[in-house]
Write a protein of this length. Structure first.
Length: 544
């Protein structure tokens, strides 16, 4: 046959295939959870364990909001997930294992779980080097999209909501990113803040302030794209989060009872679903152990090679059954303990003491963010002297208020005025080193929470323009070394000898090797004048 005839035959075959796909009659491999019946109609997998595992995946994603958190939650609970083998002699069989992030994304993006028959989601193109490239097409360019074509695990509306949430939490594509899933970090409005100037979504940065993370909300999309300029707006987030927390407590308190009951019902439902899945998994392992036992009993005892292999397989299945039973009992006991004591007490306390639960340091920041997202749609921040905060609640209600301008960075780490007064008083009789030691003994700290040092006391004295110790001593009449030497009509070396012998009283002035002398009294001058030129003894004890 010629190349033209082969091309025509291939085109006709391809045309018939595309025609069947448009009608929804083209048969191809189904994702896990679906099977073909005797009439080649798509049905849900008759294995209830498979069905419930897939339903649990969608329910967990609906609670968690991100595919990664969904996988982590299921793996922490040691829940196994089915996977269909696509190649090899075991093609079509179901194997069980931990779910991965890529598998979860495939299932959440697949419209077949919403009962949709679809074809032509990608377009392939052959490159000059012989390789094929694939491009994902938008839904309006798909060759076939037939809703309600077969039974489904979720509705089409739920599938659309899931796609929207996945799009909003995409971390790999910053341009398309909208709301991110609740994550660790103290910023309560993560993913919810809008810029009041340009309307873009603001990002988060953290700064270390007094050994703690302080959030900052920054609008920097335009500055990054243009590679120049400053951020559109930036806000310190601590006061904003505090004000939003107060607003949330005012809003949630009347609904505390309803929230508590709904949370309790959800936890109970989640526990029942998990327990049922564990029972299904245990039932499957029990069946496999019984099947291995029957195979071993049917073999000829004289056939040692086959009998030993089947016996080893039976023992292996029995060990798996024992381990599964032990894990199931342990997990069930732990879950029941949490539900019956810890969580029930916390839920009931929610009805009367929600503020205490919200302000509890043990409450994770991620859980606070989830609570906020149940009530608040977004928050718009605008600089106008202070900070204009516009809160939009779910359902359309709004609340606006102005947050007065707070302290700047320098004022936040400013030393307390009480500490400055204490330093001013101690400068009368103490050096910088002695003042730092006295402040530390009292447990006082600087504005940034650090211990006092000699350099820090000097810096505070300079910043607040406090009178130096030298000036204070001079006002009291203290004399320099040269002045006291002229007064006594001796050399400066002789002055230091009088000081070391105790005849003169000297005080340091915080300057290196710089001291001032208290003026001697007439009696002290008379005693010093009688001391021989080369001999200096200790002064006699006198009663003052």
């Amino acid at each position: 046959m010629s190349e033209a005839e082969l091309h025509v035959l291939r085109a006709r075959l391809l045309g018939g295939q595309l025609s069947k796909a448009k009608r929804g009659e083209l048969k191809f491999d189904l994702p896990v959870g679906f099977v073909f019946d005797d009439k080649d109609r798509v049905q849900l997998d008759p294995d209830t364990h498979v069905q419930q595992s897939i339903k649990l995946l969608f329910d967990t994603f609906d609670r968690c909001g991100s595919a990664y958190t969904t996988c982590r939650t299921m793996n922490e609970q040691k829940m196994l997930f089915p996977r269909k083998i696509r190649k090899g002699p075991a093609r079509g069989e179901i194997v069980w294992g931990t779910i991965t992030h890529s598998r979860a994304l495939q299932i959440l993006h697949n419209p077949r779980y919403a009962g949709v028959y679809c074809y032509g989601k990608t377009k392939s193109r052959k490159m000059p080097n012989g390789e094929h490239t694939y491009k994902r097409l938008p839904q309006n360019e798909w060759l076939s999209f037939i809703p309600n074509a077969h039974p489904a695990y979720i509705t089409l509306e739920q599938h659309s909501n899931n796609l929207h949430r996945l799009q909003a939490t995409r971390q790999a594509y910053g341009h398309d990113r909208r709301k991110s899933a609740p994550r660790e970090g103290p910023a309560l409005l993560q993913g919810l803040v809008l810029c009041g100037h340009c309307g873009g979504r603001m990002t988060i940065r953290y700064k270390s302030v007094r050994d703690a993370l302080a959030p900052m909300y920054i609008c920097q999309k335009q500055s990054i794209e243009n590679c120049k300029g400053k951020p559109c707006q930036s806000f310190y987030g601590a006061r904003i989060d505090q004000r939003i927390s107060e607003l949330l407590l005012e809003t949630v308190s009347p609904m505390a009872l309803e929230v508590a009951l709904s949370v309790q019902a959800e936890l109970q439902q989640r526990f029942n679903e998990t327990l049922e899945l564990r029972e299904k998994h245990l039932e499957r392992i029990r069946y496999e152990a019984e099947l291995a036992r029957r195979r071993y009993l049917r073999v000829d005892p004289d056939n040692r090679l086959v009998a030993s292999s089947l016996e080893a397989d039976w023992n292996h299945k029995l060990r798996e059954l024992a381990d599964a039973q032990e894990q199931n009992e342990q997990r069930t006991k732990e879950d029941q303990l949490i539900l019956s004591k810890q969580q029930r007490e916390e839920i009931l306390a929610l009805t009367s003491d929600f503020p205490k639960l919200w302000n509890d340091p043990q409450t994770p920041d991620r859980e606070r963010k989830r609570i906020i997202r149940l009530i608040i749609e977004d928050v718009t921040l605008t600089k106008c002297g202070g900070t204009q905060i516009d809160v939009r609640f779910r359902g359309g209600a709004t609340h606006s208020f102005l947050l007065e301008k707070g302290l700047n960075g320098g004022e936040l780490v400013k030393t307390a005025s009480e500490v400055v007064q204490i330093i001013d008083q101690l400068l009368e009789d103490h050096t910088y080193k002695e003042i730092a030691a006295a402040l530390n003994r009292k447990g006082l700290r600087s504005g940034n929470g650090k211990r006092f040092t000699t350099a820090l006391v000097l810096s505070i004295r300079t910043s607040y323009n406090l009178t130096t110790r030298y000036e204070r001593l001079r006002k009291k009449g203290f004399l320099t070394t040269k002045e006291i030497a002229e007064l006594l009509n001796v050399s400066t070396e002789r002055v230091y000898e009088f000081r070391d012998a105790g005849y003169l009283e000297a005080s340091p002035t915080n300057c290196r090797k710089h001291i001032l002398f208290r003026p001697p009294t007439k009696r002290e001058l008379k005693v010093i004048s009688r001391i021989p030129a080369k001999k200096i003894g200790r002064p006699p004890k006198t009663n003052h």
